[in-house]
Design a protein around this ligand. Sequence first.
Ligand SMILES: *[C@@H]1O[C@H](CO)[C@@H](O)[C@H](O)[C@H]1NC(C)=O
Ligand SMILES: *[C@@H]1O[C@H](CO)[C@@H](O)[C@H](O)[C@H]1NC(C)=O
Ligand SMILES: *[C@@H]1O[C@H](CO)[C@@H](O)[C@H](O)[C@H]1NC(C)=O
Ligand SMILES: *[C@@H]1O[C@H](CO)[C@@H](O)[C@H](O)[C@H]1NC(C)=O
Length: 455
Amino acid sequence: MAIKSSFVLAALALLPFVSAQQSVYSQCGGIGWTGGTTCVAGTTCTVLNSYYYQCLPSSSTTSKSSTTTSSHPTTSSPPPTTTPTTTASSTSSAPSSTVTGYVKTSGQKFTLNGADYVVAGTNAYWLAQQTDADIDTAFADIAAAGLTTVRTWGFNDVTTAQTYGAYYQLWTNGTATFNTGAYGISRFDSVVAKAKAHGLRLIVALTNNWSDYGGMDVYVSQLNSGGTHDTFYTNAKIIAAYENYISEFVGRYVNEPGIMAWELANEPRCSGSTGSASSACDTTGSTIATWAKTISTYIKSIDPNHLVAIGDEGWFQEANPPTYPYAPGVGINFVTNLAISTLDFGTFHSYPESWGQSANESAWGVQWIIDHASAQKSANKPVLLEEFGVTTNQTGIYTQWWNTVISSGLTGDLIWQAGSQLTNGASPNDGYAVYPTGTVYPIMESAAAALKVRG
Ligand SMILES: *[C@@H]1O[C@H](CO)[C@@H](O)[C@H](O)[C@H]1NC(C)=O
Ligand SMILES: *[C@@H]1O[C@H](CO)[C@@H](O)[C@H](O)[C@H]1NC(C)=O
Ligand SMILES: *[C@@H]1O[C@H](CO)[C@@H](O)[C@H](O)[C@H]1NC(C)=O
Ligand SMILES: *[C@@H]1O[C@H](CO)[C@@H](O)[C@H](O)[C@H]1NC(C)=O
């Protein structure tokens, strides 16, 4: 259960920062790169994409876990100087963790230690912003409902340091500093430790399309001032900075069984809310697909243990779309993305009220689930309905959708979003939160039980 961080920090201190040769996992070439191109002994300069060549261990069997936090020379984020708090050892009186091993895939199923792993889950993006006691309360409620998996945010980019909650990068004049202080990554250590204490696993998104908690737009404004939202996917400095963040965040949890999967971004799209995208971003999907290949390859290079997915809304690109989400022109092609070899499973969301389907939301959502289950079968990879929400007739519509998840063979689902009564009142409610005393909760419990029976 112990986080490997102190070991990682010790290894980091030994890295040759002032060296003519690039250290393991450092950049060693690519368009616009002006730094060193020679890798230290035992590593090979490997082309990950035209913008990013990286020094990777020469032997594919080399253990990567001990050096994963090495910093990239393209960002000047200093090495962590604070010893992270050992939250894992102070975890409450919850029963000792049974969370061991890594979730893998087998065809359209997830597996764990040789058995099926059923994703009956929920979102709770706000966990890391809470106190330890409130994180415990939230996970206790979720575990009591019989859920197995929780999706949450592994990002918060700020431009002013804060003394509450959690943030992981502080940006100043185009330089990101990874936060190892009291309101930094140790808070996420707590989320992981407490999830495990309740027998739960996490799906962790590493940035956000939306500007909540910073997200892509902070990288763009800091590193490509004046650039459009979609330059997040193509600007070499931004890609390097995002990979540097991933090396810190993902690198910390390489050997952590409490993590089920990493996600490249929450709901990536080319465009802003006006619907207009920069003309450089392919609205039918190739720009974000290329980016997804780059970033997922990078994650796999530093973390061979965990699954990787995009975290997108699952838009189709059909020639004769019956409704808008079947060819919305926002830059995602679910079917072609699902074929990317470094992505282990597919994700889709369902918000018919936001997508022009209010008049027909239940039936529209049923078909949306069936169509993604069909893409799942064609690709022979797991697919998750990983966010869904309506604000009217929730019990009726969710019952129908959960029944469809089970009957269609869809791998699993995560509702948006679980709520709990915390110390200072109810957890954040955007209109979709479901609380243990509400009417949706018991249906969610039955649906989780039924999905486990189906497998
Ligand atoms: C950021 O840049 C501005 C303008 O160049 C400068 O005045 C300021 O001192 C810089 N801040 C830091 C923390 O480097
Ligand atoms: C994506 O991000 C842009 C910029 O923050 C925002 O305007 C847009 O609404 C977002 N779209 C979605 C749903 O991902
Ligand atoms: C509602 O959606 C379903 C599934 O897409 C479709 O078959 C049906 O025709 C739609 N009904 C209306 C009234 O739009
Ligand atoms: C709620 O949704 C269910 C499932 O689609 C439907 O059968 C029922 O008529 C709906 N109830 C209302 C009040 O719209």
